[in-house]
Design a protein around this ligand. Structure first.
Ligand code: MLT
Length: 274
């Protein structure tokens, strides 16, 4: 019987990871992977909606939330290693995995390398492509501007792109929560992850090989990983389902949890009965 609850600490890959593990033991396991630069708390509304019927795990990626940063150089490969080590430590042979943006990069890399460990995939506001030269330069500029003008300003600039315009009047609490997660992240973790994101490998070529049910969700107003990126993945992944979430930008699960959770629940229900 596994330990259930919130903010559980466990040592894996030489670092202490913090995770929530909720819901009935013996039910299908869904693992949530957060985006950059957030924490497992971004999935609170999804965990609430699912934990009555499923085992729901959300963890802090190394360097974020309550997880240690460890000593290794950050990379998407290392983050995938951490995910697999957590699954091993919790004796989870197979899971449904749901990742938003950076969480999606991790999920796509993980399913490419360890297909036997995943029974279904939910890709939210993410892409299989790599950074353009311009995007890489922006990340390096972000590092410089954090060093010069600090985290508060970086958080304010980031928030402008993360949310749909209408969310600035309708989702003030969610915006405050997201901003708080950004300013609480250590500068070193931000720098290390910006490098890891800039160096990530593309996963588009492998999409046709994905052989499990896939749900793709994206906020209609997502300007970071826009609906076109989601459509591209949808065309490449056979039998995938795509839904565009209204009234939402890049953080579609926080901006429109009702619509997001509705698709999530229906998809998981359909996967469960396959
Ligand atoms: C995220 O939400 O994880 C980021 O927007 C990913 C990125 O910067 O590529």
């Amino acid at each position: 019987m596994s330990q259930l609850g919130k903010n559980i600490k466990r040592t894996i890959n030489n670092l202490t990871v913090s995770y929530n593990d909720e819901g009935p033991d013996g039910t299908p396991v869904i693992i949530f992977i957060h985006g950059f630069p957030f924490t497992k708390a971004m999935w609170n509304k999804q965990a609430e909606a699912l934990k009555g019927n499923y085992r729901v795990i959300a963890y802090d990626i190394r360097g974020f939330g309550d997880s240690d940063a460890g000593k290794d150089n950050f990379s998407i490969d290392l983050f995938v290693n951490d995910l697999l080590s957590l699954m091993d430590a919790l004796k989870i042979e197979k899971a449904i995995v749901c990742g938003l943006s950076m969480g999606g990069y991790i999920a796509l890399n993980a399913i490419e390398n360890y297909p036997e460990r995943f029974s279904a995939l939910i890709l939210s506001d993410t892409t299989c492509t790599v950074d353009s030269a311009e995007a890489k330069e922006k990340r390096m500029n972000a590092i410089e501007s954090i060093k010069q003008t600090g985290l508060e300003k970086y958080a304010d600039e980031s928030i402008k792109k993360l949310f749909a315009p209408e969310s600035f009047t309708t989702k003030e609490i969610e915006i405050a929560i997201a901003r708080e997660m950004i300013v609480k992240t250590s500068e070193q973790s931000l720098f290390n992850t910006l490098h890891a994101l800039a160096d990530r490998k593309e996963t588009c070529n492998k999409l046709p090989e994905i052989n499990v049910p896939v749900l793709i969700l994206v906020g209609k107003e997502d300007v970071i990983t826009p609906p076109d990126a989601a459509r591209f993945m949808h065309e490449k992944i056979k039998h995938s389902k795509l839904y565009i979430i209204g009234h939402a930008g890049h953080l579609s699960n926080m901006e429109n949890p009702l619509e997001f959770n509705d698709h999530l629940k229906k998809f998981i229900e359909s996967v469960k009965s396959v």
